[in-house]
Design a protein around this ligand. Structure first.
Ligand SMILES: [Zn+2]
Length: 201
């Protein structure tokens, strides 16, 4: 475990090396942000948005919560979505989940965790909706499939939001992507209900 003072030292070094490589970097960014992407991801410390898609500060607007949920009554997430779409005019909304998501696994189990059980109830609803498909899977398969179904459901929630529907109605281009990240190999997989063809390579 690093000491907190080490983090501040890291920050100083990062600031200095960034300025050295690009003297105008901070001047440019301090004036405005114009990201083309909104990332809605899990709070999990192993899934950092910028890093896994190779983007620098200023390139991606980020919202993260436990299990990357987009809940129609969550004003935190909706405020981020509204600002990103209406004001920043992002062209892409990426909902990115990950296999082995603790939030998804907790929702699949019976253990109680307190307040967060209310949040995880949204995932339990998805599991119930897909109970037939899930019933034939073993525990590992069920966890992996639920992580995928959860991402696709949340991406649909983005598409069904008034924010995105209104933006598309006024001619704005907003593409919603369903991605899932593997903690095992660091790769992103595009899921079927994305507004983009699956990448095969
Ligand atoms: Zn997670």
């Amino acid at each position: 475990m690093k000491k907190i003072s080490q983090l501040l030292e890291n920050n100083k070094n990062w600031s200095e090396s960034t300025k050295e490589a690009d003297p105008e970097f901070f001047n440019r960014l301090s004036e405005r942000q114009k990201p083309e992407y909104l990332w809605i991801g899990c709070s999990d410390s192993r899934v950092p948005a910028n890093q896994i898609v190779g983007l620098i500060p200023g390139d991606i607007f980020v919202h993260r919560n436990v299990a990357n949920l987009v809940v129609h009554t969550d004003f935190n997430c909706l405020s981020v979505l509204q600002y990103a779409v209406d004001v920043l005019k992002v062209k892409h909304v990426i909902v990115c989940g990950h296999y082995g998501c603790g939030g998804v696994d907790a929702a699949l189990g019976d253990q109680q965790f307190g307040l967060i059980d209310n949040w995880l109830g949204h995932i339990k609803d998805i599991a119930y909706k897909h109970r037939e498909e899930l019933s034939v899977l073993n525990a590992d398969e069920k966890s992996a499939r639920m992580c995928e179904l959860n991402v696709m459901e949340q991406a649909d929630n983005v598409r069904r939001s008034n924010i995105v529907k209104d933006a598309i109605a006024r001619g704005q281009s907003v593409n919603v992507h369903s991605w899932i990240y593997s903690l095992r190999n660091g790769r992103v997989k595009v899921l079927a209900n994305s507004d983009e063809p699956e990448i095969t390579q």
